[in-house]
Design a protein around this ligand. Structure first.
Ligand code: PHE
Length: 339
């Protein structure tokens, strides 16, 4: 039989059932297979054609092997499927995904502030100097700009930045809206830091702003106490330590009582009984004026926290990198969370 005819037969033989496949195997690959005659015939082929002839017989053999293996695999798959086909078996439960822990914590924080009248505002991640720095009372060349290692982007003549905090969103809100303002600004922020368990080049913030007549530091403290007790439990205490931010005066760092040891001292609070969770302060009048708000009439407070930090305390996850690596073994542990 001619090589072309055999090639056509190999290609077109129906190989659906066990028997068909076995017959095919015997004919083309068995111990007395038909290709053996072709190999034997090589001695009668003129020398100059031997090479080409040998190659085409080899190709035939490979073709037959390939079809045989594919057919076997396909049959195996079908058999496996039908063996498992027990129609009385209860259906498996559908696979349920999990919300990302940062989504869970963001939702929880926003809900707490919604209860006391805050709305939610968002803004761009790529910011101009005005909204990220200048309007927030960071003068040009002021060393405070170095407090937040900034990623700059050159766009033609203009230097833009990846926002280093969502205070930039607060500036946008103040520019567009007259008081009373009560707003929460969640979002991703960027800082040029080496990635480690304790630092990352991006993280998430939730910042808050309240501007109205007669807003005082006492209002700020009470708001933060309400927040801390709702999120971490009614036994939670807060403490405010004097600090510095260009955009607030006076400024403070906020600590909560350690959620683990209740002042006994542990590794998490480094034996102090306190955990730092955010920065806050009364909005500097320079900021209000830069945004067109009358400082004779209005005062306000602002605060800002890192979502990863809060999630770390709530979920006891100590390595920041886990939040952005998308390891399914980590993420699937948050299945019970509702967002
Ligand atoms: N913007 C500050 C930061 O990113 C946090 C903050 C907000 C502090 C508002 C005080 C008031 O660190």
């Amino acid at each position: 039989m001619k090589i072309q005819e055999l090639a056509a037969e190999i290609e077109s033989t129906l190989l659906m059932e066990e028997q068909q496949i076995e017959q095919f195997r015997i004919r083309f690959l068995g111990s007395k297979n038909i290709l053996k005659d072709l190999y034997a015939a090589i001695k009668d082929i003129p020398n100059e054609q031997k090479k080409a002839y040998g190659q085409s017989v080899n190709a035939l053999k490979e073709h037959a092997e390939r079809r045989f293996l594919e057919a076997k695999a396909a049959l195996h798959k079908v058999q496996k499927l039908s063996n498992n086909e027990d129609l009385t078996k209860p259906a498996g439960s559908p696979k349920v995904g999990a919300h990302h822990p940062l989504s869970l914590i963001r939702k929880e924080i926003l809900n707490i502030f919604k209860q006391i009248g805050f709305d939610v505002s968002e803004g761009p991640e790529i910011e101009d100097d005005w909204h990220n720095f200048s309007a927030l009372n960071f003068p040009i060349e002021h060393p405070a700009r170095d407090m937040q290692d900034t990623f700059f982007i050159q766009k033609g003549e203009e230097e833009l930045a990846l926002r280093t905090h969502t205070s930039s969103v607060q500036v946008r809100v103040m520019e567009q809206q007259q008081p009373p303002i009560r707003t929460i600004s969640p979002g991703r922020v960027f800082r040029n830091e080496a990635i480690s368990a304790r630092a990352h080049c991006f993280f998430h913030q939730v910042e808050g702003l309240y501007i109205d007549k007669d807003v005082s530091f006492a209002d700020l403290k009470q708001t933060l106490l309400f927040f801390a007790q709702t999120l971490f439990g009614t036994q939670t205490k807060i403490r405010l330590r004097p600090s510095y931010f260009p955009f607030t005066e006076p400024s403070a760092e906020v600590d909560i009582s350690c959620t683990l040891c209740d002042f006994k001292g542990c590794n998490v609070c480094k034996q102090t009984g306190w955990l730092e969770i955010m920065g806050c302060g009364m909005v500097d009048p320079n900021v209000l004026e830069a945004c067109g708000i009358d400082t004779d009439v209005y005062t306000g407070f602002a605060f800002g926290m890192g979502l990863e930090r809060i999630a770390q305390l709530k979920y006891r996850v100590n390595d920041l990198r886990l939040y952005s690596e998308n390891d399914i073994r980590f993420l699937s542990q948050f299945k019970s969370g509702m967002a």
